[in-house]
Every structure is written in C-alpha cells, then in structure tokens.
Ligand binder design. Structure first.
Ligand code: DNO
Length: 355
C-alpha cells in the first residue's frame, strides 16, 4: 500500500512541505487544473507539476482526475475528438511517470452535498448531504448547490440538464462502453491503470442517471473491457453512503481480481433516509468499519495507492472544504496505523507496506 495525499497545486493552501511531514507519506495525487475540460494537458505542465512534487521529496504517480467532457457522457458526435484528447492525456501522463488515472462518469455534477460546513458536536465542520433537501429541489427552477454555484452559468446548467432529458441509465452505459473501448487499449499500451471513481452519492439525483453505484455496476464495468487497465478507485465514503454497499466485501471481490488501483479511505455517518455527513475517519465515528476495510485490502495483497479522503475542518483551519491539512493528516496516520497492525498481526497472505 502506498499512502498518498490530494493536493490542488500551487494555489492549494496546504503546502507540499507540510504534507511531506505526515508520517508514512509516499506521494501526491493531483491534476492540471487550468486547462479546459476536454483539452490536452501539455507535457511541460505535467512535467513541472511532477518536478515540484519530487523536489518536495514526494512521488507523483496518481492523477485525480482527468475530467471526462459532458459530450462524451452524452454520446454527442463531438465525442471522438474529445476521446482522442483523452487518449493523448493518458499518453502524456504516462510519459511523466503516472501509473494510475482516476476519472468519473457522473453527469453534470461530480460529488454533491447540501452543506459544506455542518458543525458537529465537537465543534468541527464537515460536508453533509440532506436527502430531504435534495428531494425538494426542482431542477426546472434551477439548482443551487454549495460548491457548484461557480461551476455553471444558470442558462448553461439548464441547457445541459435538458440535454440529459432522454439519457437513460442504459444510454449512459452505452456511452461509457464506447469510451472505455477507446481508451483502455491506449492505457494498456502506455502501461497506465484507469480507475473510475464511483458516483457520490451512489444514487440518481435531479433525474440524472448514475451508473457506478453498487457491486453489480462495478462488476458490469470491469467486464466491459476485461483488462487490469480497466479498474476502480474504490471510494469507501461514496459507496458507503448507501448502507446496502458492503465496502469490505467490495474490496475483497474487486481487489481480489486486481482491479482496485486506488483506494479512497474515509468514513461517513449515514441515516436510514440516505442523508449523511462525513465523519472523522475513526470507525466509531461513522457507519463504516475502517479496520475491516484495511484488513480486506491486506488480505487481497493490495499494493496500490490509498489516500485519506475528505477531512473535517478542525483546529480553526480554513480552506477548501474537505481538503484541509489537519484532519486528513489524522486520517492518513490512522490508516497507516491500521495497516501496520493488520500486516503485523495477520499471517497470510502478507502484503508488505511500502513507504
Ligand atoms: C471530491 C472527490 C471527487 C473525485 C472525483 C474523481 O472531493 O472525491 O471530486 O475526485 O469524482 O473523479
């Protein structure tokens, strides 16, 4: 297991220097943020990013994410040019040493929350999703969500939602299949593993289809192109927001097949109505058993990348919600602790922690 930390580049208030000081930290997960979605990331930019990360004593082997243009998800005629660009991005990433590329296939909205700073009883602040509040939103009247307000102009959002009107789950599957059949051969050639991120939360929202939500979806996905290059980012907190998903058994099944390349490990406190908040990583704070999850990673001999996922805002820290330094650092140290214990006290099969 290689421990990593997401970093948003030079504008990130969290410095590489501080990330390096987290015990057991192997590398950085990042992306190029100033190139429009669908365009090619210049090698020089990737190289500069890698060099700045390596200068701080960390590795850069995982990209999160290369965004997938909506025209690809919609299956529009323009998709072939955009897919060619995506293929080029895979090659460019490989050239500078990237081993795993995370991406997702969620229409319009990536992760969705109703609150970015819900106060918990201990005085920390976290991201939360209120199922009732989301159910009350009428997309026709406009959707205003924290974290997304700046991403779309109201008119642009309206027309995008209109384009998805006739896109069913099966249409979206068809478009994902077309995309995978085009990109996975390129990834194989470039020796890069693609790792799709599941839907967050794992259910349709605002009438938009979502297709990477549960065990059956993951099984269907890995079957589309039967290659280790067609793999998963197993996001415990995203899938865990549906209590029917058993994260340990997903790790055992898909990790056992060698299809998990990147693990997002975090906890989430889920209510029966599907509302949830992102709790501290510790098992007793949320609905997931992180010790069992790490044991499952160990038992399948996992050698890929892990990162603590969103953290709460604690100790007065301000910054990008979910992506402060302190609570994610606590998460990383906790996960490393579980991993050390599981490696020491479980006999077989032994997967050696690599630091
Ligand atoms: C939210 C993240 C997601 C994730 C993408 C991966 O903070 O978990 O934005 O990076 O969905 O493509």
């Amino acid at each position: 297991m290689k421990m990593t930390f997401r970093w948003y580049g030079t504008s990130d208030p969290v410095s590489l220097k501080y990330i390096r000081q987290i015990p057991g930290m192997y590398g950085i997960v990042s992306a190029i943020y100033d190139i429009p979605v669908g365009e090619v990331w210049p090698i020089e930019k990737l190289r500069a990013l890698r060099d700045s990360i390596e200068a701080a004593g960390l590795k850069f082997e995982v990209v999160e994410s290369v965004p997938v243009h909506e025209d690809i998800k919609l299956g529009k005629p323009t998709r072939d040019r955009l897919i060619a660009n995506f293929q080029q991005n895979i090659r460019n990433c490989a050239t500078i040493g990237i081993k795993v590329i995370c991406y997702n296939f969620m229409p319009v909205f990536d992760w969705t929350r109703t609150e970015m700073a819900m106060e918990l009883p201990d005085g920390s602040f976290t991201l939360a999703f209120d199922a009732e509040a989301v159910a009350k939103i009428d997309p026709e009247k406009g959707i205003s969500l924290p974290g997304w307000d700046a991403s779309y102009e109201p008119g642009q959002l309206k027309s995008l939602l209109a384009e998805y009107k006739n896109v069913t789950e099966e249409t979206l599957w068809g478009n994902l299949e077309y995309f995978l059949k085009a990109i996975i051969p390129v990834a194989i050639e470039a020796n890069v593993k693609m790792a799709i991120h599941p839907d967050d939360p794992p259910r349709p929202i605002f009438g938009l289809p979502r297709i990477v939500k549960n065990r059956d979806d993951l099984a269907r996905l890995v079957g589309i192109v039967d290659s280790p290059a067609n793999g998963l980012t197993l996001c415990a907190g995203s899938l865990g927001a549906d209590l029917c998903n058993n994260i340990e058994s997903l790790v055992r099944e898909f990790g056992g097949m060698g299809r998990i390349h990147f693990g997002h490990v975090r906890n989430v406190a889920v209510k029966p109505d599907g509302s949830f908040y992102e709790s501290a990583h510790l098992s007793c704070e949320g609905s997931l058993d992180l010790a069992q999850i790490m044991k499952a990673y160990h038992d399948v001999g996992f050698e890929g990348y892990i990162r603590p996922d969103h953290g709460r805002m604690i100790w007065g820290e301000t910054g990008k919600p979910g992506y402060g330094l302190y609570d994610r650092a606590l998460g990383a140290v906790y996960i490393n602790g579980l991993w050390e214990a599981v490696c020491k006290f479980t006999t077989a099969p032994v997967a050696k922690a690599q630091h």
